[in-house]
Design a protein around this ligand. Structure first.
Ligand code: 0L1
Ligand code: MG
Length: 262
């Protein structure tokens, strides 16, 4: 760690305020170029503690930048991890308030719900599959607090990996009945297909993203509790949305979910 505790707290408050006021900012490494990976996750942790103290509930986690399409889109090479709060949830088929967001984009994902604790280090795909209660289609709404989505990896980690909203829905499926590598997805906006892909786009198998998350948390003395919901990462590049847009995600054999931006 390079940043003093007071700076970590100030940056967490700054990013938290930007998110709650739908206000953008320049990336925080501009003013703190010495910031390291531990600082970045410490800022994210501080922001999570602040939000939980205000009454939010932690519902799960997310992996981001897990597909080559996303890594190419953002010009990076490493996955990142964040958390999900109850306030991020949009009801299946429900509405998402665009005025509460800065410049939202949507990503098609496979969501995992766990039935047993997952603990690293050494967590692997088989352990994830054994601990998974079910998987279900999910659309993540990302909304970087950084102006024009211009950031580096450390800034985006501090900003809870652009997490903003998500919807899940369709058919919850047991993993044993699926090959998540070959499951196809179609993301539509206003009835037009916008992006297509298959589960293998996410680190070769979406469960690999969950294992990577468990191993990441283990290094920080944490685990994934039973009953967690985890977004395993965008299968395709993200698609920009605005008020008036309807988005839906169809996942082969798992039904569809969607939401409307108002
Ligand atoms: O969930 C994601 O893949 C987003 C990670 C953060 C980068 C971005 O805002 O696109
Ligand atoms: Mg995502």
């Amino acid at each position: 760690m390079t940043l003093p505790a007071q700076t970590i707290a100030e940056l967490a408050r700054h990013l938290d305020a930007c998110a709650s006021q739908a206000r953008d900012t320049v990336k925080i490494t501009d003013a703190h170029p010495e910031m390291d990976w531990d600082d970045a996750y410490a800022i994210q942790d501080h922001m999570r503690r602040q939000q939980l103290q205000r009454g939010a509930r932690l519902v799960g986690y997310k992996a981001g930048l897990t597909s080559h399409a996303k890594m190419r889109q953002m010009g990076v090479e490493t996955p990142v991890f964040g958390y999900l709060l109850d306030s991020f949830v949009v009801a299946d088929g429900g509405t998402c308030e665009t005025a509460e967001l800065i410049h939202p984009k949507v990503e098609p994902e496979i969501a995992f719900v766990t039935k047993a604790e997952l603990k690293g280090p050494g967590c692997h795909i088989a352990a994830v599959l054994a601990a998974t209660d079910f998987v279900i289609p999910g659309i993540e709404v990302i909304d970087s607090r950084y102006r024009d989505f211009k950031f580096d990896l450390k800034s985006v980690i501090a900003d809870n990996t652009s997490a903003a909203r998500f919807v899940i829905g369709g058919q919850p499926m047991a993993v044993r009945s699926l090959d998540l590598r070959t499951v196809g997805v179609v993301l539509e906006k206003n009835g037009e297909p916008m992006a297509f892909g298959a589960g293998a786009a996410v680190l070769g198998h979406p469960a690999a993203a969950i294992a990577a998350l468990a191993n990441h948390l283990a290094a920080r003395g944490e685990s994934i509790p039973a009953g967690s919901l985890i977004l395993s990462g965008g299968i395709t590049e993200a698609v920009a949305v605005q008020a008036g847009d309807c988005v839906s995600l169809r996942v082969q054999g798992m039904g569809a979910t969607g939401m409307r931006f108002v």
